[in-house]
Design a protein around this ligand. Structure first.
Ligand code: FE
Length: 134
């Protein structure tokens, strides 16, 4: 996907450092994870859309949000199959990495212990998301 590569290259990390908060930078640009049960959107039950805090890419609908009891906002499906790039089994944990398809930012991981109808659990960092109320 050449389009994505162009966007990623167009914003160097020095610039991201100015755009993002330190926590957002740690998650999105360094693959970090926020502390469980600390995210502002963890218990948000309002109807709307969750977008990438860095680039505004639409990622999740509130319709697919559920309480996974893990301490991180969880969804069983992205809003579109083009929302993310999924990197299979990356890093130390046994899950696939979930990357914003528009800005290349790390958002979290997807596990296969989610609820019906997909059986997937998109385990996300609240700090990397922005909620847009419907
Ligand atoms: Fe993004």
């Amino acid at each position: 996907m050449p389009h994505i590569m162009i966007i990623q290259k167009s914003i160097p990390n020095e610039e991201w450092k100015e755009i993002l908060t330190p926590l957002q930078y740690k998650i999105l640009r360094e693959g970090g994870t926020e502390k469980a049960f600390t995210g502002e959107l963890l218990n948000n039950h309002e109807k709307g859309v969750y977008v990438c805090v860095a680039c505004g890419n639409e990622l999740f609908s509130s319709e697919t949000k559920y309480d996974s009891k893990t301490g991180w906002p969880s969804f069983y499906s992205p809003i579109s199959e083009n929302s993310f790039i999924i990197k299979p089994n990356s890093g130390s944990i046994n899950a696939s990495e979930v990357i914003c398809a528009k800005c290349g930012g790390h958002h979290g991981h997807v596990f296969t212990d989610g609820p019906e109808p997909t059986g997937l659990r998109f385990c996300m960092n609240s700090a990397a998301l922005k909620f847009k109320k419907k």
